[in-house]
Design a protein around this ligand. Structure first.
Ligand SMILES: Cc1cc2nc3c(=O)[nH]c(=O)nc-3n(C[C@H](O)[C@H](O)[C@H](O)COP(=O)(O)OP(=O)(O)OC[C@H]3O[C@@H](n4cnc5c(N)ncnc54)[C@H](O)[C@@H]3O)c2cc1C
Length: 408
């Protein structure tokens, strides 16, 4: 069961496996690809190993929304991290966004990028109050946004129903994610990175300067440094046990409609849209309505589900019911496409980006809690900087340091 995106993204050719590399990256999603690109640009000999194809995991199966705030409303970020750290976190995400979009444009990566904004919608009066609180905090820090009341939401999205208001962030964007990640991968190759696909890493031994990666085929690769970019799927490769202890997988599901009649498609803006604290998310892609979420609507909430070749019919039905409730004109439309993808969560909702304590020379970039597209590009640069010259980097990086989970 492939995604709409993976069906329409040119494959990236595989390199042959060398005996050694300065840096070995495990995992070919956006985290591995961004790290490979920045390392190659820094002149480092880097090999990326991916068990399937580039972007075959969550990076080619998501909703393609480039969001600010890791999917949280800004009042909640303030509540969790405090007035000192919340702006530092938001700045990192904004800078990730600017750097990624500039790269896509500079490199001419054809990925249906639309930087026209994003709208967080309130499904309840309570969420509307939270969006107003978020707006107050954003305004106090001079961060551009717009608060839309229920009438204004209906004016901007004619045909929508049942929303209590919304918060518009002009900088958010949508992309075709598999094309974006594969485009960045091609750029990494042009800069000298070697991407070896169809190659599973079965085991990693050793440490700085003397890592030995054993592949499923029995072949071996030597490396000075290893970067874990396997989301929650390669936790056992980390000898320190931190990834096993810290990361948890959960499965997301998306359905996509047939192309809408042109007049109906025109009633939807080209925005990243979501409601219910980003648990439900939707956007238009080439005239199709693409919506994900509702994992909370089934027992177990898809926690610890790691099979992305199947889906849950109840979740599809609940997503389509949501679409019918909030956009009644969609009742006439079929939703023939469905797919799933596996995300990686962390206990505090923040990603891991940095050195893995206990194993010198091992780094991790993973655990994006469902929002990696809005984080991983600049974080890949941070990983490259740490490896290339131990640079202290962005002031937000201590918030993402794996060592915060050192003691379990
Ligand atoms: C339904 C859904 C909707 C989402 N919507 C959004 C969204 O709109 N916006 C957003 O920002 N994020 C979204 N996300 C989250 C986003 O897709 C992820 O945060 C991001 O893609 C994670 O990137 P990654 O590189 O860490 O992981 P992945 O893309 O999963 O890559 C990890 C790779 O590691 C490989 N691998 C694992 N083990 C091994 C091994 N032993 N050897 C070799 N390779 C291995 C896997 O095959 C995989 O390709 C969504 C996710 C899903 C599933």
């Amino acid at each position: 069961m492939g995604s709409l995106w993976l069906r329409d993204a040119p494959a990236v050719p595989s390199s042959s496996l060398p005996e050694r590399a300065e840096v070995a990256i495990v995992g070919g999603g956006i985290a591995g690809v961004a790290s490979a690109l920045h390392l190659a640009r820094a002149g480092i000999d880097v090999v990326l190993l991916e068990r399937r194809t580039i972007a075959a995991g969550a990076s080619g199966r998501n909703d393609g929304q480039l969001l600010l705030g890791l999917g949280e409303h800004y009042n909640r970020i303030h509540g969790q991290f405090g007035a000192d750290r919340a702006p530092v976190l938001w700045d990192f995400l904004q800078q990730n966004h600017d750097a990624l979009l500039a790269e896509l444009q500079r490199a001419g990566i054809a990925c249906d990028l639309r930087r026209e904004g994003g709208l967080r919608l309130a499904e309840t009066p309570h969420e509307w109050r939270e969006l107003q609180q978020a707006s107050t905090l954003l305004a106090a820090e001079g961060r551009p946004h717009e608060l839309l009341d229920a009438d204004e939401v209906r004016r901007r999205i004619p045909g929508s129903a049942g929303f209590h208001g919304g918060l518009f962030l002009a900088d958010e964007a949508i992309v075709q994610p598999a094309r974006m990640v594969r485009g960045l991968a091609t750029l990494a190759v042009r800069n000298g990175a070697r991407l070896v696909t169809g190659t599973e890493v079965a085991r990693i031994d050793g440490d700085a300067g003397a890592f030995a990666l054993t592949l499923g085929s029995g072949q071996r690769l030597g490396a000075d440094v290893v970067v874990h970019c396997t989301a929650a799927l390669g936790r056992d490769l980390d000898q320190s046990g931190l990834l096993q202890r810290t990361l948890f997988p959960f499965r997301g599901q998306i359905v996509a409609s047939d192309p809408l009649p042109a007049a109906l498609a025109r009633t939807f803006p080209a925005w990243a849209m979501s409601s219910n604290f980003c648990y439900e998310y939707f956007r238009l892609h080439r005239g199709r309505f693409v919506i994900g979420g509702k994992r909370w609507s089934v027992p177990g909430e898809q926690l610890d589900v790691v099979d992305d070749t199947s889906h849950d019919e109840r979740i599809s039905a609940n997503l389509i019911a949501y679409a019918h409730e909030h956009f009644p004109a969609l009742r006439e439309i079929d939703f023939p496409d469905v797919w799933t993808g596996i995300m990686a969560g962390t206990p505090d909702g923040l990603p891991l980006c940095g050195a893995l304590p206990g194993t010198p020379g091992a780094f991790a970039l993973l655990g994006f809690n469902g929002y990696g597209l809005g984080f991983a590009f600049l974080a890949g640069k941070a990983i490259a900087d740490m490896i290339a010259d131990g640079a202290p980097g962005h002031p937000a990086l201590p918030m993402f340091a794996p060592r915060r989970f050192r003691d379990g």
